[in-house]
Design a binder for this molecule. Sequence first.
Ligand SMILES: [Zn+2]
Ligand SMILES: [Zn+2]
Length: 342
Amino acid sequence: MRAIEFTKPGDLRIVETPEPVQPGDGEALVRVHAVGICGTDYSGYLGKMAFFSYPRIPGHELGVEVVSVGAGVTNVKPGDRCSVEPYINCERCYSCRRGHTNCCENHQTLGVHCDGGLRPFFTVPARKLHVSRRLAAEQLALVETLAIGCHAVNRANPKPGENLLVLGAGPIGLSAIEFARISGARVIVLDLNEQRLAFVREKLKVPDTIVAGPDALKQLGELTNGQLADVVIDATGHNESMSRCFEFATFAARVVYVGITSKDLVFPHAPIMHRRELTLMASRNALSADFPRIIGLIEEGRIDTRPWLTHRADFADVPGIFTTWLKPETGVIKAVVNVPAA
Ligand SMILES: [Zn+2]
Ligand SMILES: [Zn+2]
């Protein structure tokens, strides 16, 4: 069968790979229908992702159908349509035993640390499959993207009426905005790009946006009666934003980093971090329980996936089209690849 492979950085090609094997104990063989592409895939393609090794079949945002199951599998059956939780955890380490499966000490993300789903079939632990009777494959492929924002918002645990500031309106920021809105918090979004902010206002129905710049703090003050933000979620992944974002936080606020930087962060402690007694949190991946919750929210219409799914491509066209999705002017929020059976 054919698969899409990053053979080495900058080299994406369609290759022949072995046919799938029958599922072992606790596993399911799945037919992949839809694969979402995100910044992690782009970074892996460009060779900018530290965890990536090559050659690698990418694809961790997956809408699949169960073909067959191995011994002991009871949560899914052939024909079930599922979203895949691509965070393969060991179930044995200290993190896993405490329920922090998102930061397993032996963690492997499908399509990053091990081969993913840009191929027609593969086997996966059945416990990583989350069934929906109603969602289309491309909606199921979007669940993982949403899970990143879901977990980040859960980390902050916003209360209704609190002011929650999301920094960065790229796909991770947008996913956080969905759950921030659902929490009942008052959501404010800051980004450098007015086009992205227009998308937030018009498509996600969040009216309060701020263009990043010298008077952003003043604007936040005006929107919040001078209180600033009870929760700041930094989804920029930019060193400068992550170093400076505390200035937007009110006293006793929570700050969550959901973007990633590989550089060291430097920020003032006594005048802001200490004086305001801020709580700083990282947010990595998502928990298993987030997946059925998100599926339910989409099924109930509380999350509208239509604005998200901006670009679609057929498997065979991916080598020619992939790099165009790297360009901001294409307006890509989520590109989804349709995978044929052969
Ligand atoms: Zn992703
Ligand atoms: Zn573990």
